[in-house]
Design a binder for this molecule. Structure first.
Ligand code: ADE
Ligand code: ZN
Length: 316
């Protein structure tokens, strides 16, 4: 089954580039820059990948990102991920990057964006993997900080295709970012947002009605709200679900509890994605495989999920 799932042509629509930082590359970059790490070796770092919730993961993820400093680092990170795409027949990807994670450490915006987009264009030419980069705002920071990030980004408007919203969900509702999303949309950028990962279904309503998003990242808690599910089905709003992320971050206790196949049967446009594969135990094929093993996903269901991902691309 693994080989069959691996060969299925698919798109990845929910992937944080900073979340593809494998421990081996993290140690290599730390050495490149003479950064002292709190973990003795790769195994000790991997052993720390035990999370009780989203925030526990984010604390480690932001600490890890500190080794990303130069254009070459961002290139190497992105290039390693694109090679995984090639291996797993991900023919198209729409990755996120979090500029504020880097600019707040004094790394210039252009260093980040140039390293990433150079790798993405090489990936298209050399590997045949097409892409569209999504600039994501950090929701634990203020809307003013997001506005300043958009100001920095607009001179590079050709380098990204959409805006997104990520980081700590609880206590940071989408409505907090209403104005900056309105401005980004007026500038011509479609919007997506993380909602209903740990946060309540109301955050999904807000993302749709107040941010004007065309896709919901995660969205698994929509399952608790029948009226919301009717809306998502009627409008065929894609949900970018991340099964291994959800079990690693205790959104579901176990893969056998995951609701993705029930949502697929309900007519929702659900897709399978890896979120932060270096931290959660696998890339897209491993996520499909976990659904097969934990939920008995059939080949026909896998085909529908993969087709949904191709249909839900922003860039076609
Ligand atoms: N940033 C990276 N991964 C994330 C996730 N699963 N939820 C929110 N923010 C994130
Ligand atoms: Zn995410």
């Amino acid at each position: 089954m693994y080989d069959w799932l691996n060969a299925l042509p698919k798109a990845e629509l929910h992937l944080h580039l900073e979340g593809t930082l494998e421990p081996e590359l993290l140690f290599k970059l730390a050495e490149r820059h003479g950064v002292a790490l709190p973990w003795g070796d790769v195994e000790a770092l991997r052993a720390a990948y035990n999370f009780g919730n989203l925030q526990e993961f984010l604390d480690l993820y932001y600490a890890g990102a500190d080794v990303l400093r130069t254009e070459q680092d961002f290139y190497d990170l992105t290039w390693a991920y694109l090679q995984k795409c090639k291996e797993q027949n991900v023919i198209h990807t729409e990755p996120f990057f979090d500029p504020q994670t880097h600019t707040d450490r004094g790394i210039p915006f252009e260093v980040v964006v140039r390293g990433i987009t150079q790798a993405l264009s090489d990936g298209e030419r050399q590997l045949g993997v097409t892409s569209g980069l999504i600039l994501s705002f950090l929701r634990h920071l203020s809307e003013d900080a997001a506005q300043a990030t958009l100001d920095q980004a607009l001179p590079f408007r050709d380098h990204f295709v959409a805006v997104g919203l990520d980081s700590s969900e609880k206590g940071h509702p989408p409505s907090k970012f209403k104005r900056v999303f309105a401005r980004a949309r007026a500038e011509g950028f479609p919007a997506v947002a993380h909602a209903g990962e740990e946060g309540p279904p109301e955050y999904i309503w807000e993302a749709l009605d107040q941010l004007g998003v065309v896709r919901i990242d995660h969205g698994v808690r929509a399952f608790e709200d029948e009226r919301l599910m009717d809306r998502l089905v009627d409008q065929q709003i894609p949900l970018t679900v991340c099964p291994l992320s959800n079990t690693k971050l205790c959104v579901f206790d176990d893969m056998s509890q995951h609701t993705i196949l029930k949502m697929l049967d309900r007519g929702l446009k659900v897709t399978v994605n890896s979120d932060d594969p270096a931290y959660f135990g696998g890339y897209v094929t491993e996520n499909f495989m976990a659904l097969h093993e934990g939920l008995g996903m059939t080949q026909a269901q896998a085909q529908r999920l993969a087709q949904n991902s191709l249909d839900a691309r922003l860039v076609k």
